[in-house]
Design a protein around this ligand. Structure first.
Ligand SMILES: Nc1ncnc2c1ncn2[C@@H]1O[C@H](COP(=O)(O)OP(=O)(O)OP(=O)(O)O)[C@@H](O)[C@H]1O
Ligand SMILES: [Mg+2]
Length: 285
């Protein structure tokens, strides 16, 4: 079943000369991990904002087509007719910059904040706060002042605060782009854990395509406001030349294996350096 349906969605920001999204259609299936890649300005962030109704409810512009979100009972919510406060517990959004998302005095309050808005009872809030902080590896830091955390911790806190609401979908817009390699590992590790342990539906926009090509079920490639390709990671890897022409950063192992295969020196495309090395060894290269 689809958790989100995007149907012929076009959006133009106020005062912008061109549409940021042009006739975009796709579904997010319950339980899947959907990756979104594409060059800067292709509309990835705009699309994320449209998935939880910030566009068109808070950020206005010319909006045509529709986005429908379904809850666990199959009830449908058209984002144009549903307030963001009702959509955001269903479609949790995590942004690029962790500092822009944290505004409470302690780590614990940060997670409790969204839950209080759901009008849960205080015991349930306490249980969920602890649960979300344990999952994200932040239990023990619950009394810290969020600005004092490391980048990776802040972003894991932002994810915990969203995940604690038990959304149908977690949408993450380049959540690691402002982090150092360690913070990046921590955040991607947490996403892998949420997939493995809870089977949560994830929509992830990432500049570093290696994680998406290794872990996503399906990938959308965007360019100039359109979805120009949709497929499995293996199918997207076959589009190496397209990705390069768009300026999308691809893993070096993919680029090397693509070239070697073209020259008949390798049989398949490989995403990780480990896979590439082991294939080269076994093929006597
Ligand atoms: N608030 C805004 N007002 C007007 N135009 C905007 C606004 N935000 C984005 N745009 C424009 O909409 C288009 C899509 O931008 P968007 O931020 O969605 O792209 P993106 O794929 O997320 O890019 P990046 O990889 O750099 O984050 C761009 O042309 C951008 O300039
Ligand atoms: Mg963006």
């Amino acid at each position: 079943m689809n958790v989100i349906s995007v149907e012929n969605l076009s959006f133009k920001y106020r005062r912008a000369s061109d549409y940021a999204l042009k006739n975009v259609t796709f579904n997010v299936e319950r339980g899947e991990f959907l990756g979104i890649i594409g060059p800067s300005g292709s509309g990835k962030s705009t699309l994320c904002l449209a998935l939880n109704g910030i566009i068109p409810n808070s950020i206005k512009g010319e909006f045509t087509g529709r986005v429908v979100v379904r809850d666990s009972e199959g009830r449908e919510f058209d984002t144009r007719k549903t307030p963001v406060s009702q959509l955001s517990p269903l479609v949790g959004l995590v942004l690029q910059n962790p500092d822009s998302q944290l505004f409470n005095m302690t780590v614990e309050e940060e997670v409790a904040f969204g839950l209080e808005n759901l009008a849960l009872d205080p015991n349930e809030i306490g249980r969920r706060v602890r649960w979300a902080l344990e999952i994200s590896g932040l239990w023990g830091l619950e009394n810290e002042f969020p600005p004092n955390l490391s980048g990776g911790e802040k972003q894991r806190l932002a994810i915990a605060a969203v995940f604690a609401m038990r959304p149908q979908v977690l949408v993450l817009d380049e959540p690691t782009s402002q982090l150092d390699p360690l913070g990046r590992e921590e955040v991607l590790g947490l996403l892998s854990l949420l997939r493995r342990e809870y089977g949560i539906t994830i929509v992830l926009v990432e500049h570093h395509t290696d994680y998406i090509l290794r872990h996503a079920d399906r990938v959308l490639v965007m360019d100039a406001g359109r979805v120009i390709f949709e497929g499995t990671p293996a199918e997207v890897a076959e589009e190496t030349e397209l990705l390069k022409s768009l300026g999308v950063k691809i893993p070096a192992s993919l680029e090397i294996s693509y070239e070697l295969r073209k020259r008949g020196k390798l049989k398949k495309l490989l995403i990780t350096p480990e896979e590439l090395l082991s294939e080269l060894r076994s093929s006597g290269g």
